[in-house]
Design a protein around this ligand. Sequence first.
Ligand SMILES: [Zn+2]
Length: 500
Amino acid sequence: MQAAIYVRVSTDDQARHGFSLAEQREACRARASSLGASTIREFADEGISGSIMDRPGLTSLRGAVRNNQVDLLVVRDPDRLSRKLSHQLLLTEEIEKAGVRLEFLDFDWKDSPEGRLFYSVRGAISEYEREKIRDRMSRGKDQKARQGGIPIGFYNYGYNYFPDTGKVTINDAEAPMVKNIFIWFAYEDIGMNGIARRLNETGIPTRKGRGKWHRNVIRQILRNPVYIGYWNYKDFSIPVPSIVDAETWNKAQQKLKEARRLWAGLSKNDYLLSGIISCSECGNTMTGVYTKWWDKKERRYTCRKNSQGAKNKGCVPAKALPAQVIEDAVWEQIQIWLDDPDALANEVISEEPREEELRQELVRIEEHINNNDKGRGNILDSLALGLIELDAITKNKLADLKRRKERLENRKRELETVLSEAQRHVAGLEELRLISKQILSRLSCLDFDDRKALVRLLVSQVIIAGRSRPGRNGLKDIQITIVAKLPEQIDGSIFSNILR
Ligand SMILES: [Zn+2]
C-alpha cells in the first residue's frame, strides 16, 4: 500500500505552540506503518500559513493523489490541510473522491462531535455544490436569480417590485401591516381567522385594494420567508429587505406548526362536530363523510341519509360541506368565548327563562299543592263528620284532586331540576371564568378528544344553512349558527393534561 503523509507548520505554530515538523512527521509515519503502508511519501510545508491553498507541498500532494500514487494519506488534523473550513471541505472531498483513504491523528471522523459536525457541514456543502452545478446548467432567467436579482413575478404584499431592474423595495404602507400580522399571530391569542377579521374591521385594504382579507391570505403571509429576507425562487434563495425580525418569524412558525398539529392528527374518521351539527334546510343531523368532492378527497359533513328506513333522506341535491372550514369557524368562536366567558353567558341566559321567574313559578306551584291538599283534607273531614256522602260526585272530586296533585308534583320536580341545573351552570360559568385564560393559552396542547369535549362543553348545536357552490370553497355561501351553552360543572379530566 502506497501511503503519503502531509505535514505543515506555520511560523506562528512553531513560535507559539512549539510544534515541530519532526513531531508530526514521526506520528504520521507511525500511523501509516501501523495501517500497513509499504512505502511512505512525505509532503511538507514549513512556515506557510494554512489559509492559502497555494503551497508547494500541498500542490505536489494533490498531484500525487490525482495520479493515483496514493492509497492512504495520514495527516494530523484537518487544520493541517487548511485553516479554512471551505478549503478543508474541498480538499477532503477531492482526496476521498480519488479513492484515497484519509486518516487524521487527532481527529475522530465519525465518533466525535467535531467529526460529525464536519461531516454534516461537508454534506451540506456538497449538496450546495451540486445545486451550483445544476444551476449552471439551467437556463435564462435563472441567471438573474443567481446574481441576486429578482427574475420574474415577485408580487409579495409589503414590497414594491420593479420588473425592469429586478429591484425590490419595502412598501411603506403595506410593510407595517405585515409586521402587525406577524406580531399579533406570534404574541397574541389570535388565529388566522381572527387576524383576517381584525384587518377587515379596520378597513385595511388588501393588495389588490378590493376584496376581503381571508385566513388563507394570512397563512400565506405567515409562511413566506420573504419577510425575513429570503425570497425562494426555484432552488435559489435570494436576499431581499426583511420586514420581520427572526425571533418573531420563528415564533410565528412555531405557532403555525402547532396549529397544523392541531388538525394534522385528524383522520378521515375524526369529526369535531359529529352529533351536534345539523342542516337548517332539511333538519337532519349532519354526519361526517370522507368523500371525493370535485378533484379532492376530504372530510365533509352531509345531511344525506342513505340508510334504509331513514324518514328524511336529506336535501336534494345532496349537500356535503367541507368539514375543515366549519370546524375552524366553530373553533374560532370557542376561542372568542374563552376570551370573554361573560359574552357566552349573556348569549345563553337570554335564551333561557330567567332563574327568578322559575323560582316564582315554583312558589306558586307549592301554594297550589298546599291548597289542593287542604281541599282534599276538607272533603275527608266532611266525610268523617258525615256531612257529605261518599257518592259518585265526591269520588270524582277526590280523583280530580289526586290527578291535579300528581301534575303539580311533576311540574315541581321539573322546576327543581331546571333550577339545580341553572345552579350548576352558574358554578360552571364561575369555574370557566377562572380557567378560561389558561385553557385559551394552551389550546394547542389539547388532543382531538379533548377538543371535542371542549366544543361539547360550550356548544349545544351548530346549524348550517346554505351550501358551498361548485368551484368555490370557504364560508361565502354557508351560514353557521353556533348555539352556545353554559358549561355544567367542568369535568376536570378534560383539561387534566393542560391545567397542571
Ligand atoms: Zn339538508
